[in-house]
Design a protein around this ligand. Structure first.
Ligand code: ASP
Ligand code: MG
Length: 401
């Protein structure tokens, strides 16, 4: 007998048929003498629909009221799923985020979980109830409803698994695991049996949409064994854990991220302290900078380019709007038509030639590299957006064919 946390995403609970499908997965797990906590997302496109509805009323609503609204999506799912399980004759209780003990900070719209108070959860499990918890939500110290940011239900599930010291946290979704690339773009992408936390954090951060990256960070921190699997097909998925069996794979996956733009400061005076001044202007507005490239100085000036998320583009341009007069920079230019393509794999730490193989694949496909950045287990390149799908396939073929 163990404790199993199961998370079901929006597509897995989108209608009556899918709700009963999920109810069967949960009750089968319960029948195998497990305590089961299921965390669910809002049905189908509910969250997007709610965002649209809000925009019809007020183009810039307060984050507090947005969270009151968005949290209702998950509340619908938990009650309907509990009713399905009731209809099948099993004991069940649905709990909202606050009932389940999710205490967060006050950062509405992207709140961080401070703690999960498991008293109520344990109480219900002690009475042999199946517990259905609303993902993506909690309350702050003023008893206001908060949400964790888009895709946050994964993080709710991992937080419960960590708090209850569950045996496993299963993330059920509409794909059957983590792939070496997005199978919708790369036809011969392969499903992975296992991947390490670090590799999965990189892949999730670099654009693979299968898991919320914060959920994997949390899983790593509390050593929660994660499994990503399909709610529609009954077969093993991908296990995410600290150490995986030794295997020959050099890299685990290729990911692409279109949510990026490149900003360049052209003609920056080539004297000490300039990079500091420029990036402190961005830091002051909490703008996250990703890849940075500085050219060699020539004729007393240099160029500094960097990337930010598209959503932060305007903020970044505003932050730098006086830079030409205050720092003697010649001009600021911005390019939206770019994508970041990355490879991830712990294998590159101990193998040489990984970067050159990636660059060779891009060269052969006649794709120009604008910027490069690397860490111990990833290499990212910035390229023209129009080339990004071709780049993904070319790089994937170079490593996996
Ligand atoms: N319903 C929320 C969203 O669509 C949370 C989630 O699905 O994880 O972002
Ligand atoms: Mg969703």
């Amino acid at each position: 007998m163990g404790i199993v946390v199961q998370k079901f995403g929006g597509t897995s609970v989108r209608d009556k048929e899918r709700l009963f499908n999920v109810a069967r997965i949960i009750t089968e797990t319960y029948e195998q003498s497990n305590s089961v906590v299921a965390v669910v997302s809002a049905q189908g496109d509910t969250t997007d629909d709610l965002i649209e509805k809000a925009a019809e009323i007020n183009p810039s609503p307060s984050k507090r009221e947005m969270d009151v609204l968005l949290s209702t999506g998950e509340q619908i799912s938990i009650s309907l799923l509990a009713m399905a399980i009731e209809a099948m004759g099993y004991p069940v209780k649905s709990l909202t985020g606050w009932q389940a003990g999710f205490f967060t900070d006050s950062n509405c719209g992207s709140a961080r979980i401070h703690r999960v108070d498991t008293e109520r959860l344990e109480n219900e499990l002690g009475k042999n109830n199946i517990v259905i918890v609303a993902g993506f939500q909690g309350i702050n110290k003023y008893d206001d409803i908060t949400t964790l940011g888009r895709g946050g239900s994964d993080t709710s599930a991992v937080a419960i698994a960590a708090a209850l010291k569950a045996d496993v946290c299963q993330i059920f979704t509409d794909v059957d695991g983590v792939y070496t690339a997005d199978p919708r773009i790369v036809r011969n992408a392969k499903r992975l049996d296992e991947i390490t936390y670090d590799e999965m954090i990189e892949l999730a951060t670099l654009g693979a949409q299968v898991l919320h990256n914060r959920s994997v960070e949390l899983a790593k921190k509390y050593n929660v064994e994660l499994e990503v699997l399909s709610s529609l097909e009954r077969k093993p998925g991908t296990k995410v854990k600290e150490v995986v069996k030794v295997e020959k794979m050099l890299i685990k996956g290729v990911a692409k991220d279109d949510d990026v733009c490149r900003i360049s400061a052209i003609g920056v005076p080539d004297v000490p302290g300039m990079a500091f001044k420029l990036f402190s202007m961005l830091a002051a507005r909490k703008i996250n900078v990703d890849i940075i490239l500085q050219s060699i100085g020539r004729d007393g000036t240099k160029d500094i380019s960097f990337t930010v998320a598209l959503s932060q583009k305007q903020l970044a341009l505003d932050a730098l709007k006086d830079i030409c007069s205050s720092m003697g920079v010649q001009e600021i230019v911005c390019d939206d038509d770019v994508s970041k393509v990355s490879i991830v794999g712990a294998g590159m730490q101990t193998n040489s030639g990984v970067a050159s193989r990636m660059f060779e694949a891009l060269g052969e496909a006649n794709i120009n590299i604008q910027m490069i950045s690397t860490s111990e287990i990833k290499i990212s390149v910035l390229i023209e957006r129009a080339d990004s799908k071709r780049a993904l396939s070319a790089i994937h073929d170079a490593f996996f064919d």
